[in-house]
Ligand binder design. Structure first.
Ligand SMILES: Cc1cc2nc3c(=O)[nH]c(=O)nc-3n(C[C@H](O)[C@H](O)[C@H](O)COP(=O)(O)OP(=O)(O)OC[C@H]3O[C@@H](n4cnc5c(N)ncnc54)[C@H](O)[C@@H]3O)c2cc1C
Length: 398
């Protein structure tokens, strides 16, 4: 086995392309972007920039217009975006869905959606969470019943991010009752299936879910009342959705980890710069005090370690390692990078003192963002449950 920690020219070029293209949004257009996020206005121009750099095509085969360079370069690009203080939220969902479509969908579906995703014309959201099922997604009730060449969908989903800007959703539904599916060989796949559904399909009611903070896209509860979807919009095999959806959820966890890694870099960099300059007592910068320097140094060490897990998880996904192993690494990546980001923001706040709470420094939105990523897309407790069961062979307690 050879280990090489130098990034390929391809990866370095993508990251520097992100840096160059986003510079105006962190400079002269920073206030404009902040205003758009605060008022939930979709930054269409920034979105088109993401498309021009080729971010939406990283997981899409060349025949559909993508570059198929893989998750590792995309994760590095996400890290860079977050390190520049920008949240790539809806980009994350569109990219995770593109991964699943590229690996599991029929040729028809790939032709229908992938070129539009790559060019920036089509945005996707992902809908799995239900109010009553919560973390226990296999307990979902939203059902699709076959009727002729279609499926009729009834039920509801909640906490669905970005429905107001997305053109389509990748929707996870029940196609076989849980009790029935458990009696058969496909029991472990839980009788779930995935469909591509237009967000404006007749019978879908979107109810905004007021949140305690603003992350630039809205959260919605969706109600499905006899929503008809052509059978050819099924992604992967019927009832085998649990296998299929992890081709979205694993990239999501790795990209979320990459975002956290970028947030850590941003916070540690910003705080170190401040600590080198700010003088309060005598002529000594506050960074000379170990009470300020050591927490920053610890945050840096934690960030580097968590980042290694992100790189390994992305590499394992690209190398098509066994899905359960990629799942473990993706979970560890999200867990460690979320904790690192929370710690880094906290240390940055401590370092900046009162200035940390100003709009200009932008640390409070990062605090919300980092803390959210400890809970979503999958909570820390469920990740630890997964590692305990799949890595350590410990009995399941729930
Ligand atoms: C801002 C935001 C955006 C989101 N976007 C989306 C989206 O786009 N699409 C989508 O489908 N979902 C989305 N979600 C949903 C998100 O994935 C869930 O909120 C999250 O997975 C936790 O589920 P829950 O809120 O129902 O918590 P619950 O299931 O009610 O759990 C509550 C607490 O109990 C813990 N817990 C539960 N069971 C166990 C157990 N067995 N062992 C130990 N602890 C346990 C959990 O870890 C959690 O801390 C979003 C959520 C938020 C807040």
């Amino acid at each position: 086995m050879s280990l090489n920690f130098d990034f390929s020219e391809e990866n370095t070029m993508l990251v520097s392309a992100v840096g160059d293209a986003l510079r105006p949004w962190t400079g002269e257009r920073k206030a404009e972007l902040r205003e758009m996020v605060n008022s939930s206005v979709f930054p269409a121009e920034l979105w088109q920039t993401f498309a021009e750099i080729g971010l939406m095509g990283c997981l899409v085969p060349e025949q559909y217009g993508g570059t198929d360079v893989g998750l590792l370069p995309l994760a590095l690009a996400f890290e860079k975006i977050a390190a520049m203080g920008i949240s790539p939220n809806i980009l994350l969902v569109t990219c995770m869905d593109s991964a699943c479509l590229a690996r599991n969908a029929s040729d028809l579906i790939k032709e229908q959606y992938l070129p539009g995703i790559v060019s920036g014309q089509i945005k996707f959201c992902f809908a799995i969470t239900e109010a009553d099922a919560g973390t226990n997604s296999f307990n979902m009730k939203t059902q699709a019943v076959a009727e002729g060449d279609s499926y009729i969908i009834n039920g509801s989903k909640t906490f669905i991010s970005g429905v107001e800007v997305a053109d389509y959703m990748l929707l996870v539904v029940r196609t076989t009752a849980r009790e029935e599916s458990l009696k058969t060989d496909m029991g472990q796949y839980h009788g779930l299936s995935l469909f591509v559904v237009p967000t404006d399909a007749p019978g879908i009611e979107k109810q905004p879910l007021p949140m305690g903070f603003n992350e630039g896209v809205g959260q919605y509860t969706l109600f499905f009342d006899n929503v008809e979807v052509p059978a050819n919009q099924l992604v992967g095999d019927l009832d085998m959705g649990a296998l299929v959806m992890f081709n979205s959820l694993n990239p999501e966890r790795i990209l979320a980890g990459a975002m956290c890694s970028g947030m850590s870099e941003n916070c540690i960099g910003m705080a170190s710069e401040y600590a080198r300059e700010r003088k309060v007592f005598r002529d000594t910068p506050i960074g000379a005090y170990q009470g300020i320097a050591h927490p920053l140094a610890m945050a840096k060490a934690e960030h580097e370690a968590a980042r290694m897990m992100m790189l390994k998880a992305a590499w394992a996904y690209d190398s098509k390692w066994d899905a359960a192993k990629v799942g473990s690494l993706a979970n560890m990546c999200k867990l460690l990078n979320a904790d690192s980001a929370i710690h880094s923001v906290d240390v940055a706040i401590e370092t900046l003192g009162g200035s940390a709470f100003t709009e200009e420094q932008g640390l409070l939105p990062l605090w919300n963002g980092a803390r959210l990523l400890k809970t979503a897309p999958v909570s820390k407790e469920m990740i630890l449950n997964f590692i305990a069961e799949w890595e350590l062979g410990l009995p399941k307690s729930y």
